[in-house]
Design a protein around this ligand. Structure first.
Ligand SMILES: Nc1nc2c(ncn2[C@@H]2O[C@H](COP(=O)(O)OP(=O)(O)OP(=O)(O)O)[C@@H](O)[C@H]2O)c(=O)[nH]1
Ligand SMILES: [Mg+2]
Length: 342
């Protein structure tokens, strides 16, 4: 039986590109759903004219919220899967069939676009942060994911229904991968092109990278506590678990994340002790990490290298202003944030 699939597009002030994106998508699916939360330009009007069904969200709540509204609508309309495409022209609708082909082979998997073959087309700082993000998100997801930051994806609705999405803005997409992988789902990559043009990005490198980092670290620490005290446990996420319940209260979630981030570096050493000297009654604790070749060692080093990475990054940025071009950061990232599953 073939799946019923639609395209979903979160859109915010993307009047220049959204028309052709919708036109391109409608060649492969019958329905395109757009969620526009308070665009101040012609985005909604152009989207409707191009043939999409536009869902209006009164106030701007970010990409994550728009995705959640779109998932709900797709479920209400009986879709088995959705393909999310960015509205700003960074994803080529012609590549939609690749996602459909991968879905036909693995209908329960999330299919994620990977731009990692396109290094020359991606700004260096973005490429570096994609490498670091995928290191930690892959560990939380129990599998190597080539490109964890790409918004061009296929989501099976049955999988989305099994999780609570508690995060907002650009964090939601990382949350989905970690929770899915940490429930035992597979995440399959398909190669796609990278497009970086003169469009306006809403992604703020300090605030949004900071929010993703804080959530990923706090997710991992909770997972490490659970996995460290459990025998033969490979997956730690289930819907409505303790963390989901905490995250429902925004202020508590924020306090929780802040406290964990502040204590995370020394905590990684404590987990290392729990990894190396497991009491005999916790057999095969950290089961998923024990499957890796490096044990917990490389993860401890990589985590504690994060502040160093930040310092090198700031140094390289400042030295570029002074006309120097150092490449320490690339080497540093290759050394400390490798693919642990290779
Ligand atoms: N509905 C809605 N969509 C948003 C919002 N912020 C971003 N988007 C959409 O999400 C997609 C990606 O947003 P971008 O700001 O381009 O972020 P990005 O692609 O991750 O980052 P860049 O690579 O810098 O472009 C685009 O389709 C945006 O229109 C928002 O607040 N509301
Ligand atoms: Mg973009």
């Amino acid at each position: 039986m073939t799946s019923k699939i639609c395209v979903i597009i979160p859109a915010y002030n993307t009047e220049e590109m959204i028309g052709p994106v919708i036109g391109g998508a409608l060649k492969y699916v019958e329905q395109v759903l757009v969620a526009d939360d308070g665009s101040t330009d012609q985005t909604a009007r152009i989207a409707a004219k191009a043939g999409a069904e536009v869902i209006f969200i009164g106030e701007n709540r970010g990409k994550g919220h728009a995705l959640k509204v779109l998932f709900q609508r797709a479920m209400d309309e009986g879709y088995d899967a959705v393909i999310s495409v960015d509205a700003d022209g960074q994803h080529e609708p012609k590549e939609i069939p690749r996602f459909m082909a991968a879905h036909a082979k693995a209908p329960d998997d999330i299919i994620v676009g990977s731009r990692m073959d396109e290094q020359s087309k991606i700004p260096q700082a973005r490429y570096n942060s994609m490498h670091v993000a995928r290191f930690f998100i892959s560990i939380a997801s129990n599998q190597f994911i080539e490109d964890t930051q790409c918004g061009f994806r296929l989501y099976p609705m049955s999988l989305i229904q099994k999780m609570n999405l508690t995060q907002e803005r650009y964090v939601t997409e990382s949350e989905i991968l970690m929770k899915a992988g940490d429930m035992g789902a597979f995440i399959t990559s398909v190669r796609i092109g990278a497009i970086y043009g003169d469009y306006v990005s809403h992604f703020k490198s300090v605030i949004d990278v900071g929010a993703i980092t804080a959530y990923v670290i706090s997710y991992l620490i909770v997972k490490f506590i659970i996995d460290g005290v459990s025998s033969n446990r490979y997956f730690s996420y289930s819907k409505n678990n303790f963390r989901d319940r905490v995250s429902k209260f925004k202020i508590i979630d924020l306090i929780f994340k802040t406290a964990i981030v502040l204590t995370s570096l020394p905590a990684t050493f404590l987990f290392w002790l729990l990894f190396v000297f497991p009491p005999p009654f916790i057999k095969n604790n950290y089961a998923s990490i024990r499957k890796l070749n490096c044990g917990y060692f490389k993860i401890t080093i990589a985590s504690n290298m994060l502040p160093v990475l930040l310092i090198i990054g700031i140094f390289e940025k400042l030295s570029r202003l002074a006309g120097f071009r150092f490449k320490y950061l690339d080497e540093f990232i290759k050394k400390h944030y490798p693919n642990l599953w290779a």
